[in-house]
Design a protein around this ligand. Structure first.
Ligand code: NAP
Length: 344
């Protein structure tokens, strides 16, 4: 069955990636695109400052950009990918869900709400059942599902592999690409020949979202994992691909080999955008690197390497493509899970 889908905020950096990923998708047909009032009414080709190094799919270039309003989106569109600025998303997403649309959203608003599933399909697919609680509490016919922040998605699949050893404490230092801030997020004068040692709000997102993702859902409430996460987030002059240095402490003694085996043991799903393997483990301690490895698994896999034992636990490096696995691809994959689990 083909599901007709739309993108809210389709002209932005994440929306453009979503358009690229939906081109030729085996289950989804892109039928509607929305953006701000200044773009509404124009063709997508006119409205979007296209920045992806592949042409705009022909079928999309001629679509008329609609207003970001439930009345402007056709009723036969069932699934919406939302890539709006979080302030805008906080205002409009509930209205779409109330109007019956199922939303798979990138925006950071409501990620930590008790009745909003925050999902990485290979890691916590069962959290989707929180939608029953959401529909009961909010009276929505539609639904709102979130994917985590791009830096969190890069790390959590590896942490889920370590949970079996009694994961207690994590320190992480990130080296995040400039595309994570959107096209106009960081100016060239700020970032060339430089590193910015703070990304507003990013540290706390990594600390809280990780605990929610690794938590357990008993059918009524979600119990967050007890792991303590401390993050330091840095913006570096790479275009795409967040690299992260992780130090993890576990209750059990673990060797580097135990950790690598655990990473290899995290299973992918039988969904079109889930890569196999989910975690690509490198033996070479010089890998992963953003330029060489951000496209592992077509940008949907997590790359990990440099695993070593330390005085207090283990240290390793992990990398993912921030606008594919970290944003648009994450939302598309959540859409695939929503469809396969019968929520659409
Ligand atoms: P962006 O490039 O600034 O794009 C924003 C989109 O929202 C554009 O399509 C814009 O349309 C539309 N928009 C802006 N104001 C609007 C309004 N008042 N009403 C309706 N539409 C409006 O942002 P982005 O980098 O794609 O990020 C989108 C969301 O994804 C954000 O919440 C961000 O935090 C999140 N995210 C981004 C990344 C990343 O790597 N970039 C990763 C994870 C999550 P116009 O073109 O008409 O202005």
């Amino acid at each position: 069955m083909t599901v007709r889908v739309g993108i809210l905020g389709a002209t932005g950096a994440v929306g453009q990636r979503a358009i690229q990923l939906l081109d030729g998708h085996p289950e989804f047909e892109l039928a509607a695109v929305t953006a701000s009032e200044s773009s509404a009414g124009l063709s997508y080709g006119e409205a979007a400052k296209w920045r992806i190094d592949a042409p705009i799919p022909e079928s999309v270039a001629d679509l008329t950009v609609r207003e970001t309003d439930p009345d402007a989106v056709p009723d036969d569109v069932d699934l919406l990918f939302s890539s709006l600025p979080s302030g805008v998303a906080a205002e409009v997403e509930p209205g779409f869900a109330e109007a019956g649309y199922v939303l798979s959203s990138n925006s950071s608003n409501d990620r930590m709400a008790d009745d909003v599933p925050l999902v990485i399909p290979e890691i916590n697919p069962g959290h989707l059942d929180l939608l029953e609680v959401q529909r009961d509490e909010r009276g929505w016919d539609g639904a709102l599902v979130k994917n985590p922040n791009c830096s969190t998605i890069t790390m959590v699949p590896t942490l889920s592999a370590l949970a079996q050893f009694g994961l207690e404490r994590v320190h992480v230092s990130t080296l995040q690409a400039v595309s994570g801030g959107g096209y106009s997020g960081v100016t060239s004068m700020e970032i060339i020949d430089n590193v910015l040692p703070h990304i507003g709000g990013e540290e706390s997102k990594m600390e809280t979202e990780s605990k929610k993702l690794l938590g357990t859902f008993d059918g009524a409430e979600l119990d967050h994992h007890a792991v303590e996460v401390s993050a330091s987030c840095n913006r570096v002059p790479t275009i795409d691909g967040h690299l992260e240095n992780v130090w993890a402490e576990t209750a059990d003694d673990v060797s580097a080999t135990d950790v690598e085996d655990a990473f290899r043991g995290v299973e992918s799903l039988d969904l079109p955008s889930s890569p196999d393997p989910l975690i690509e483990v490198f033996d070479d301690p010089n890998r992963p690197q953003p330029r060489l490895d951000r496209m592992v698994g077509d940008g949907m896999a997590i790359a990990a390497g440099g695993v070593q034992e330390t005085a207090s636990g283990v240290q390793y490096n992990t990398l993912a493509h921030n606008t594919i696995r970290g944003a648009a691809g994450a939302a598309v994959l959540n859409g695939e899970l929503l469809a396969s689990d019968g929520w659409i």
